[in-house]
Ligand binder design. Structure first.
Ligand SMILES: [Zn+2]
Length: 168
């Protein structure tokens, strides 16, 4: 590498900058005709952003900042009774059953199936045996389908059908 080649490259860079500047100026002139379209796009994305902020905020209502607890649906591993309890964020199951005082509550897995193979909007909450290390399949007491950890929802069409039926 010689001194000359360094000089050359910096000269080239200068030229590049100038070219970029000119292109930017031309670009701004061109884009004037697109301004209206761009404005609509910008307004659209701002609206979308506001809606998503609103939805996120709505998720947190009822839980003030600093109150690090949230409600959860829990099922008693012994009798299958369903509770909505407040747990401290990060507190691991089993949680205390408010009736018995025993730590027998586990996260309830939601099953949205009906016995006749349709979907329902209010799920049945099920205690999944594998949560306590029992190596056995768990079946929903309502519809008889297998219920797993992170139990999948029925297909969208069936959920939509259930929502429609409810609105009738
Ligand atoms: Zn079920």
């Amino acid at each position: 590498m010689s001194f000359g080649s360094i000089n050359k490259s910096s000269l080239l860079n200068d030229q590049d900058h100038r070219v970029v500047k000119v292109a930017a100026l031309q670009g701004s002139r061109l884009s004037l005709s697109h301004t209206r379209k761009t404005q609509f796009k910008v307004i659209g994305s701002i609206l979308l952003l506001l809606v998503s902020i609103f939805l996120v905020a709505q998720n947190f209502t009822g839980t003030s900042i600093g109150e690090a607890s949230r409600s959860r649906v829990a099922v008693d591993s012994e009798n299958g009774k369903v509770f909505t309890i407040k747990i401290i964020e990060g507190e691991r199951a089993p949680w205390r059953n408010p009736d018995t005082g025993e730590r027998t509550l586990y996260p309830g897995e939601a099953c949205y199936w009906t016995r006749d193979g349709k979907a329902k909007l209010e799920p049945t909450y099920v205690f999944v045996k594998s949560y306590v290390g029992i190596n056995e399949k768990t079946y929903c007491p309502d519809c008889g389908k297998e219920v797993r950890s992170h139990n999948p929802l029925p297909p969208d069409e069936l959920m939509a059908e259930a929502a429609e039926a409810k609105n009738k």
